[in-house]
Design a protein around this ligand. Structure first.
Ligand SMILES: C[S@@+](CC[C@H](N)C(=O)[O-])C[C@H]1O[C@@H](n2cnc3c(N)ncnc32)[C@H](O)[C@@H]1O
Length: 332
């Protein structure tokens, strides 16, 4: 095992390295590269954690490192060695590769090493805070961002004017974005996995307690660029289904504002506009506004309160082609 003192020293180094990476303003290309790389790292981490759960027949609630440490100190040492080696050797100024690894054949020691490498790279690139800062920057109005601009434009166009309307924003990076400041809602509950502001509740939507009454439900839910962030296609389906449970059934048809990166819709092997529309239809959503920019696909749905009994949307190849991505939402 690494000695405590050594670890302390490295941890101190880790902090120093991280703060070196925290640039205030990233160049747009660099921000995009970083966002893409974090997506890959988080996706790989989820897949490896699942492999671990399968092998150990357990449920790892949050941090795989903590679980490995508690259950197998030898494997944790391998994890730590890989993490520290990555911290010490990774060159972050080179454009990152974006390879999603195939974890199916990995044995335990390889899984733990790979998890250590991922953790090291996340730290070396400045941690999730830097990923979020890059995303906020992508949102900033100078870059034409803040997808909720589209939402507010649509709601105003629809003459939305409901007394005491409450909204939930899932995956909120900025408490002053337009959905919060437009004045159409008496309250906007903002949540994120990694809150950056006191006004944003740090919460996993998948763990948010289910509403016990209409008072805990919402007239509108905004879920912009979140589902693509969820690394597993089944979890994405569960997230879409769970959203329906947070919409007010007695509201005059509550809304869902939904945004995906355009390649999820136009360049996936397993997903496209038709599939999205079938899936949303089965969940009881009717699309009332739709817009595509050159990077994003925006949708405004109204929920009609009819979730189909049979939700059967497996992963199925819809389009052939080696240059396609693997984005998919699975529901069954
Ligand atoms: C790419 S950012 C998008 C932020 C913003 N909504 C936008 O449109 O630019 C995705 C955010 O979703 C958050 N997120 C992903 N899964 C989540 C979950 N299960 N619960 C809450 N937030 C989640 C992440 O922490 C991240 O900050």
């Amino acid at each position: 095992m690494l000695s405590r003192n050594k670890k302390k020293g490295l941890l101190a180094g880790r902090r120093a390295l991280s703060s070196q990476n925290k640039q205030k303003v990233l160049k747009p290309l660099r921000a995009r590269q970083l966002i893409r790389r974090f997506h890959v790292l988080l996706k790989n981490k989820t897949q490896l954690t699942k492999r671990l759960e399968k092998i150990w027949k357990c449920k790892i609630e949050s941090d795989p490192a903590r679980y490995i440490k508690e259950h197998n100190p030898d494997l944790f040492e391998r994890f730590e060695q890989a993490r520290i080696h990555t911290l010490e050797t990774l060159l972050v100024n080179k454009p990152p590769p974006s390879t999603v690894i195939n974890t199916n054949s990995f044995q335990l020691d390889r899984i733990c090493e790979e998890l250590g490498r991922i953790e090291g790279e996340i730290e070396k690139r400045g941690g999730l805070e830097v990923y979020q800062a890059a995303s906020v920057q992508g949102q900033s109005s100078q870059r034409g961002g803040d997808s909720s601009k589209k939402l507010v434009e649509w709601l105003k166009d629809l003459g939305y004017n409901k007394d005491n309307a409450v909204a939930l924003e899932i995956g909120c990076l900025n408490s002053r974005n337009l959905v919060s400041t437009c004045g159409l809602f008496s309250k906007v509950v903002k949540i994120d996995l990694h809150s950056q502001e006191p006004d944003i509740l740090e919460q996993d939507f998948m763990e948010r307690p289910l509403p016990k009454s209409a008072a805990e439900q919402f007239d509108l839910i905004s879920c912009s660029l979140v589902v693509n962030f969820v690394p597993d296609p089944h979890l994405r389906g569960q997230m879409m289904h769970r959203i329906t449970q947070f919409l007010k059934p007695h509201s005059q048809k509550p809304y869902l504002f939904f945004v995906l990166p355009l390649p999820c819709i136009v360049n996936s092997r397993y997903f496209d506009e038709n599939r999205l529309s079938e899936l949303m239809g089965a969940l009881g959503f009717k699309c009332i506004r739709h817009y595509q920019s050159h990077k994003l696909a925006y949708y405004l749905y109204q929920w009609e309160r009819r979730v189909s009994e049979k939700l059967n949307f497996p992963k199925k190849e819809l389009h052939k082609g080696t240059k396609r991505n693997n984005f998919c939402i699975v529901m069954s």
